[in-house]
Write a protein that binds this ligand. Sequence first.
Ligand code: PXL
Length: 289
Amino acid sequence: MLYKYYGGLQAEMIKIATIAGSDASGGAGLEADLKTFEEYGLYGMAAVTVIAAMDPDADWAHSVFPIEENCLRSQMETVFKGAGVAAAKSGMLGSFYAVDLTAEYIKAYGVKNYILDPVMVCKGAKEALNPELNAAIAEKLLPLAEVVTPNLFEAEQLSGLDEIASIDRMKEAAKIIYDKGPRGVFIKGGAKLVSLAPVSREAHPKAVDIFYDGGGFELFEAELVQTKWNHGAGCTVSAAIAAGLARGLPARDALALAKKFITASLKAGFPLNQWVGPGNPAVWRAAFE
Ligand code: PXL
């Protein structure tokens, strides 16, 4: 297990929570988060915002069922008042009240290590984007985030820039997003980034993400894993960053470790069925056993 990396299980468990949707197929959402927390040797909790289900008789079409407000508030009480956390992340929120409750509890309980994964649409989903909800996420949650982890599409939505396809554009977007209040911006170019100008992508087959914290840009590069089986990769990365911060790592170290973690997970991705395949966050434990 990854916790062996840190010298074993500690007497007092470090607690961490995800505020996210359940992905009934198990690869993304809170399922990915909890699996990741487990690999970091942390005690994971979850406040469920929505349940996402997929229809095998309709080409794996996604349906998203929001959890009602009272139920979400009760879960927030359980997690934040009842237990407390060293770090928290949020993923798919799916409603305005979930955005408001997340802001309320992160503020009320002074959660410093809050990672915002601004999930706006899930892969393969046909659901319409909700620009008002994205605006509420930007306005109410960005200022609370230690690190926000948009992919290229989400970075476009949060920055207002279109066609972020190069490192230079990612840097521009990171600055704009940073000015909206988070203490760090981690844009995931991953396998999707089309240009690595001035070098060509073929000459430099890397998955490139960037981090900006107002001080300077840092590029995070890892082996480009060419796979279709990457469902839940975004959730896993942000969960791993939150887990690293819960462990007391500085942000840049947490990012570097998260990048190694997701690369290993993606290399072990597998087909769940003909539509989708998740990474496997459990694979890296082999390196520590
Ligand atoms: O990968 C984004 C995502 C996040 N959260 C939930 C999901 C998905 C995609 O399927 O189902 C619950």
